[in-house]
Design a protein around this ligand. Structure first.
Ligand SMILES: Nc1ncnc2c1ncn2[C@@H]1O[C@H](COP(=O)(O)OP(=O)(O)O)[C@@H](O)[C@H]1O
Ligand SMILES: [Mg+2]
Length: 342
């Protein structure tokens, strides 16, 4: 690809340094995605500038007008401390007629809202766990049609915020307790789902009009099963020492029952389209023992760190990190936003 001017948008505290010298592993973990992407794009000969964004879009406006980037590489996950506002930055880029990587604002909005996306997916007959929403500030009434065990989480937060062993509840008292916890400790309403016992599988998808899926990726819980429930809590996802202690790993999903890989592939594509996604995404599934995959959520713009699931599953499919980023750039530049439609 010819060298491009690329403006990499990051959270204001996550603009990566030129070199990792002098930083601890833990410090680097904070900005590793930003570092990986920036370093790779530079190594590939692009002209790259990072722009840290806090609570103002003024500099973004100036830079897009004056430097005229071919594309903005969007690594933002919030604006002004509000995670759900990341979609408005993307909307702003569209209004500026500025191409960007990753998902469009509509897809970001639909996929972030777990209830709305589950309603849309049910309409399309894509299996997703039965659910009830407990709104904050309203009386909590437990409907009869729910069967324990249940799973309690935030309807809008991600990165397993508020998810721990206690998210799985076996009775009404525990359910009430956990719903209150979600109301107090996350920004969302409490989404209560039937608990899906089974393997945890992720499927990467990228594309705009035509889609490509990546091979199913599995989070294996290692020795965690004994005494605790195998779910992706915050610790399971982010605590390296905890992962090592329990032998928690991720890798290509092996020995899937006949037909499951095809089902996952088909569902992942249908979810992507149903939620109007573009760029790249990762679908989270749980595979019930009878071979039915249930989608838990669709993640727009999943983590692009080189050693994380999305890049690793791409590599497994023969797509190097450099090629993956080039693909994402090309999709960003090719996306037919409203302003490009005749
Ligand atoms: N209904 C459910 N049944 C079983 N496990 C669940 C369910 N919902 C969530 N989980 C567990 O919690 C993790 C995080 O839930 P998810 O909906 O993907 O939220 P997040 O946006 O925080 O990733 C999942 O990866 C899975 O391990
Ligand atoms: Mg998830």
């Amino acid at each position: 690809m010819k060298p491009l001017r690329i403006l990499v948008l990051t959270h204001e505290t996550l603009v990566p340094p030129e070199s990792l010298d002098g930083f601890t592993e833990q410090q680097v973990d904070e900005f590793r995605t930003e570092y990986d992407v920036l370093t790779r794009l530079r190594a590939d000969g692009h002209e790259v500038r990072p722009l840290g964004i806090g609570d103002s879009l003024a500099e973004l406006r100036t830079l897009t007008a004056e430097w005229r980037p071919h594309v903005c590489f969007n690594l933002l996950e919030e604006f002004s401390g509000v995670a759900a506002y990341d979609q408005y930055v993307v909307a702003y880029l569209e209004m500026l007629r500025q191409p960007y990587t990753g998902c469009n604002p509509r897809g970001m909005m639909l996929s972030r809202d777990k209830v709305l996306s589950k309603q849309i997916l049910s309409y399309h007959r894509i299996p997703t766990p039965q659910f009830v929403l407990f709104r904050r500030g309203r009386a909590i009434r437990i409907p009869k049609r729910l069967h324990f065990p249940l799973f309690v989480k935030s309807a809008t937060d991600d990165a397993s915020l508020g998810i721990a062993q206690r998210s799985v509840v076996e009775d009404a008292a525990r359910l009430l307790e956990r719903v209150q916890f979600i109301h107090e400790h996350t920004s969302g309403h409490a989404l209560v789902e039937e608990f899906i016992e089974g393997r945890e599988l992720y499927v990467g998808v990228f594309g705009n009009e035509s889609l490509r899926t990546l091979p199913p990726w599995e989070l294996s819980f290692g020795g965690l099963g004994a005494g605790s429930t195998a779910i992706a809590t915050r610790k399971v996802k982010w605590d390296r020492a905890y992962q090592q202690k329990h032998g928690i790993t991720t890798g290509a999903a092996l020995d899937l029952p006949a037909g499951v890989a095809e089902k996952l592939d088909r569902y992942a594509r249908r979810i992507y389209r149903a939620l109007h996604m573009s760029g790249y995404a990762r679908m989270d599934f749980r595979l019930r023992a009878d071979g039915t995959p249930f989608v838990l959520e669709a993640n727009a713009n999943p983590n692009l760190e080189e050693r994380e699931d999305f890049a690793r599953s791409a590599l497994h499919a023969g797509i190097s990190y450099a090629a993956l980023l080039e693909r994402i750039l090309a999709l960003g530049r090719g996306y037919r936003a409203e302003w490009r439609r005749d």
